[in-house]
Design a protein around this ligand. Structure first.
Ligand code: ADP
Ligand code: MG
Length: 224
């Protein structure tokens, strides 16, 4: 068996307060390559904290997190940033596209602060835009795109570093049903190419397409 993409071992995250807020409580989770996992649960239950921890933005208070076989909790901040840039893509509910830049520039800019070499940035951005079926929109400003096209541009930006894991927080929260369907079709295609996807969602349309659903309640994760 290949190494799972994600292995969480009694992962706990507390935020300092009096008493401390336990946002994630002894979570155990394995996610295999090409899995599509929907994370559901009420507001304040720990979903975003889980995504931030998986994305190496937050450090757990205790417990283990192996990503692609690498124990990330032992790494320093620089090594965590490098792994984030090369293995993880983020997609959010708001697209966060710069209004005065073209679609191509928005995708290319994702690498400005990263460790990737300058050379070939435009070609990599074009490839990412082809993967999301947006090559005909490269010169458009985001304002001339539909909501669905904007989210596809944001997904192209997330794909730029050729990540193995896509972390999505309510990716279809701003989309109508037709555009939601288009994004979900795209997720299916990416999975067929080997992408692993973890998506926080309140929408049954999104979680119904997932192979797995996990629920978080008060920081405790249960498999559905
Ligand atoms: P969800 O995404 O499910 O709505 P969150 O992960 O954002 O939930 O929050 C889980 C709990 O952790 C909540 O009680 C929230 O108030 C707390 N929390 C989240 N982030 C912080 C933070 N940076 N500092 C202190 N408490 C936080
Ligand atoms: Mg949240």
């Amino acid at each position: 068996m290949p190494e799972p993409v994600i292995v969480l071992d009694d992962l706990t995250k507390e935020f300092p307060a009096d008493p401390p807020v336990r946002a994630l409580s002894a979570i155990n989770l394995r996610v295999e390559k090409s899995d599509y996992v929907a994370v559901i649960g009420p507001s304040g239950s720990g979903k975003s904290t889980l995504l931030n921890t998986l994305g190496l933005l937050d450090r757990p208070t205790s417990g283990g997190y192996r990503l692609d076989g690498i124990e990330t909790t032992a790494l320093n901040d620089g090594a965590r940033t490098t792994i984030r840039g090369s293995r993880i893509g983020f997609v959010f509910q708001s697209f966060h596209l710069l209004p005065h830049r073209s679609v191509l520039e928005n995708v290319m800019l994702a690498e400005v602060y990263g460790a990737a070499p300058r050379a070939g940035r435009r070609e990599r951005a074009m490839r990412a835009l082809e993967r999301v079926r947006l090559p005909h929109r490269v010169d458009f400003p985001p304002g001339r795109l539909s909501g669905g096209e904007r989210q596809r541009a944001a997904i192209a930006r997330a794909l730029l570093g050729e990540p193995s894991l896509l972390l999505c927080d309510e990716p279809t929260g701003n989309l109508d049903s037709q555009n939601t369907g288009a994004v979900l079709d795209l997720f299916d295609e990416l999975r067929a190419q080997g992408m692993t996807i973890v998506v926080i969602t309140h929408e049954s349309e999104v979680s119904d397409r997932a192979g797995r659903r996990v629920r978080i309640t008060d920081g405790v994760l249960t498999e559905e």
